[in-house]
Design a protein around this ligand. Structure first.
Ligand code: GLP
Length: 236
């Protein structure tokens, strides 16, 4: 893993943007995208730039299950607000968390990933080391699937909802094997509450207890973290 330590998420966003610009320059056509607060500064840099994605495909990692279509908490809404309204793609895929048959939706999404190999995948990381919504215990060979969110993730995401009980209990997420197929993976993390997850991801054993540790088995991963998220690493 190539680790870049930055001052803060603004500087991190600039570094993250460079990877998108390089990927585009090198002919990338398909971008794996993520939600959460972490990628926002990278998206802001992309928005400020003259990069054009109208010839590109985007594939998002995950979506909550069961939110109403017009919910401003959906990841679909998030992506429009934070990137797509300013930088539209030729086609943007997100899992449909309102599908009546989630198993069929997961299969359909795997086919989309198969048909559109991801050139660059951006990721955040949960405090418990989840990526996408792949919570601890998720097998390394998992593909798109329905997920039961852990209490730690529900608590972390409650800040975006009016009441904790409004946070969906389920999501649909690309699996770890789906993420590992990407040619290049960029993972960003900012703040002290990510320090344990980052230490486990980089220096710990590869274990399903910390899903992001599987990235040690990928040969093209760039990690962008601030000093607080890097604070528990032994080798800086
Ligand atoms: C959610 C998302 C993840 C994201 C994580 C961390 O659970 N499904 O993709 O990485 O939260 O979010 P944040 O970047 O807001 O810390």
């Amino acid at each position: 893993m190539k680790v870049i330590i930055v001052k803060d998420n603004v500087e991190g966003g600039k570094e993250g943007y460079k990877l998108f610009a390089d990927a585009k320059k090198n002919g990338a056509t398909t971008f794996g995208l993520a939600t959460g607060s972490t990628p926002i500064t990278t998206y802001q840099e992309i928005i400020k730039s003259d990069l054009d994605f109208t010839d590109s495909i985007s594939i998002n990692l995950d979506e909550y299950v069961g939110l109403p279509e017009d919910s401003d908490q959906s990841y679909d809404y998030f992506m429009h607000e934070n990137l797509f309204n300013a930088k539209p793609f030729k086609h943007s895929y997100l899992p449909n968390g309102r599908a009546a048959d989630l198993e069929a939706e997961a299969k359909h999404y795997d086919q989309i990933i198969e048909d559109n190999p991801v050139d660059l995948q951006i990721l955040g990381i949960g405090r418990n080391g989840h990526i996408g919504f792949n919570e601890p215990g998720t097998p390394a060979d998992s593909t798109t699937h329905k997920v039961s969110l852990t209490q730690s993730t529900i608590d972390a995401n409650a800040r975006f909802f009016e009441h904790e009980e409004d946070v969906p209990r389920y999501a649909i997420s690309m699996g770890l094997a789906s993420i590992m197929k990407s040619k290049h993976i960029l993972i960003e993390a900012y703040g002290e509450d990510k320090a344990n997850a980052i230490k486990g991801m980089i220096e710990g054993p590869v274990t399903t207890d910390l899903p992001a540790s599987v990235l040690q088995n990928h040969d093209n991963v760039t990690v962008i973290i601030d000093e607080a998220a890097a604070s528990k690493l032994s080798n800086k």
